[in-house]
Structure formats: C-alpha cells, structure tokens
Design a protein around this ligand. Structure first.
Ligand code: ZN
Length: 304
C-alpha cells in the first residue's frame, strides 16, 4: 500500500509542477487549433481516431503490445493528459492501475469520457470473477462506443459536428460489416467445438454474441493482474482433457510460459491472439477492425 502511494506521489508532483509552468508561460490555445485528445488504450484510440479524423490531435497512452490492466503513465504522459481537451478511457475497470490518476483529474474538472459507458456489462467466466471489461470483443458494443465518442467530440468541438457525424456513420457501416463477417466465419466451426480457453476471461461478450462457451482461463479472472495457482491450473487441465477442446488462445500482453506448459501437459495447440492492445502499425492487427479479423481467423483455424 505504501509503495503504491509513493508511486502516485511520483506522478502527481511533477504533474503539479508542469501545470504551474503551463499556466504562467502560455495563454489559451488559439480557437482554430485541433481538439487535443488523449486515449488510454490503442483500441480505444483507433476508434476515437476513426470518428475524429483530421479534426483532432490524438495521443495514445498505452503502446502496442502493453497490458492495459497494469499500465502506469509516465510524468510526460500525465502532462499531456492535463493539457488535453478530452481524455477517452475504456472504463468498466479496464485501466486498473490508472484509476487513481484518472480520479484525481476528474476531480480537477478534466473531461474524462468512458467509451464503454453504455455497454451492458457482463460477468467474466463465472459470477465470482467480476465484470469483464473487454467489451470490444463484440463489435456491436463498439457501435455503442461510437455514439459516446461522436457525442463527446461534437459537444467539445461543435464547429466540426458534420465531420464527426459523417465519420461515425461510415465507421458504423464498417462495424456492421465486421459483425456479418464474424457470423460467416463462426458458422464454419462445428457448434460442439465452439469452446474457448484463453489466458484471462476476455471472451464474455464475444461468447454471448456468437454462441461460444468460455470454458476456462490460465488466469481465472477478468484482469491479467490476478494470479493463477497450481490448483487452478490442474483444474483447467482437467477441463481441457474432459471437453476435448483442441486449442488455447493466448494474448500478446502476458507471459505465455504458463500457457505453454498447460498446452504441453494436455497436448493441445497454443494459438496467439491479440487481447488488450493492437499490434504495431506494420503488424497484422494495427486497427480494431484488423484486430478482430485476425483473432477470428485464429479462432477458426484453432477450432475447425
Ligand atoms: Zn485483459
């Protein structure tokens, strides 16, 4: 606990110094300057960029391949958050370690918008694991994000309302096409093989929408911050053996060593997917739409 407080102080003190410096050195931004927008994760950032287009100046805090549950911003990033017109978070507890700094900024009247605010939350693997914060695993939820983002950008920057509306409308169309494509892909998997074992419970929304069962996880929680014991792993291996599930899907943001051992013990395939973050720009999942297509292809390959 005391270590945690110390971390917060390290963040807050430079933040206050920078705030003071900004107030004395520069006046208000010119009215023609682009809206200054910060997004926490690369997935939230991509969707915000689709709606904001050229009218916004976007900074994404959590780099490609980095776990959003455990991310802590640098002092420079905290300064960018303090300067932003809007900060978009995912919400529903995804940005766990950022919660104190976000709460602090909200109390300073910073405009913080949780894109998942209107998504009906689902529990993870079972009701004891809490809310699953990975709402983007169902593109129909991202349609709800788009409404929230369009509304927030329009309110903050009414001069570009028409741009935001046009961008949102085009992106809604792409999300609906993605949903239709996922249905086609899933239809090629025999119904009795639509069972998923993964690294932590990220598939609740996907499973409900597309008719999968989320059988178990290496880390039996909705956050990668929870641990896993020898007991839970041996229980998971029993589940894998008794259900005959042919593959385990592991994310890019946690250490796959334990998953590798479970796969070896049970003789199933270990397949890589993207979970909390997009790939780098030259990778196969550089946008949210590509991320979903990549993951669904991996699932189809693993379960067919
Ligand atoms: Zn996660």
């Amino acid at each position: 606990m005391s270590k945690y407080r110390f971390h917060i102080l390290l963040i807050v003190i430079p933040f206050l110094l920078i705030l003071t410096a900004c107030q004395t050195s520069t006046g208000p931004a010119s009215p023609s300057a682009a809206l200054q927008v910060v997004a926490t994760t690369s997935i939230v950032g991509d969707v915000v960029q689709q709606i904001g287009g050229d009218a916004i100046d976007l900074r994404i805090l959590i780099p490609a391949g980095v776990d959003p549950h455990s991310f802590e911003p640098s002092p420079r990033q905290v300064a960018a958050m303090a300067d932003a017109d809007i900060i978009f978070t995912h919400g529903l507890g995804l940005e766990e370690t950022m919660a104190p700094i976000l709460k602090n900024m909200a109390s300073e009247q910073k405009l913080i918008v949780a894109v998942a605010a209107h998504v009906p939350p689902l529990a993870g693997g079972d009701e004891h694991t809490g809310i699953d914060p990975h709402t983007w695993m169902d593109p129909n939820n991202v349609l709800l994000w788009v409404d929230v983002i369009e509304q927030a950008l329009t309110k903050a920057d009414p001069a570009h309302a028409e741009d935001y509306a046009a961008n949102a409308s085009a992106y809604r169309q792409q999300l609906q096409e993605l949903d239709a494509w996922i249905r086609q892909q899933v239809a090629t998997i025999p119904p009795d093989r639509r069972k998923i074992v993964t690294d932590h419970f990220i598939f609740s929304y996907f499973a409900r929408r597309y008719g999968f069962e989320q059988l178990g996880a290496i880390i039996p929680g909705t956050s990668s911050l929870a641990g896993s014991s020898a007991q839970t792993l041996s229980k998971l291996e029993d589940v894998i053996r008794s259900t005959g599930v042919p593959a385990i899907f592991v994310g890019n943001t946690i250490n796959p060593a334990v998953a590798r051992r479970v796969a070896q013990d049970t003789g199933v395939q270990l397949i890589t997917i993207y979970t909390g973050a997009l790939s780098p720009a030259d990778g196969p999942a550089a946008t949210y739409l590509d991320y979903m297509r990549y993951n669904v292809r991996q699932i189809v390959t693993g379960l067919q």
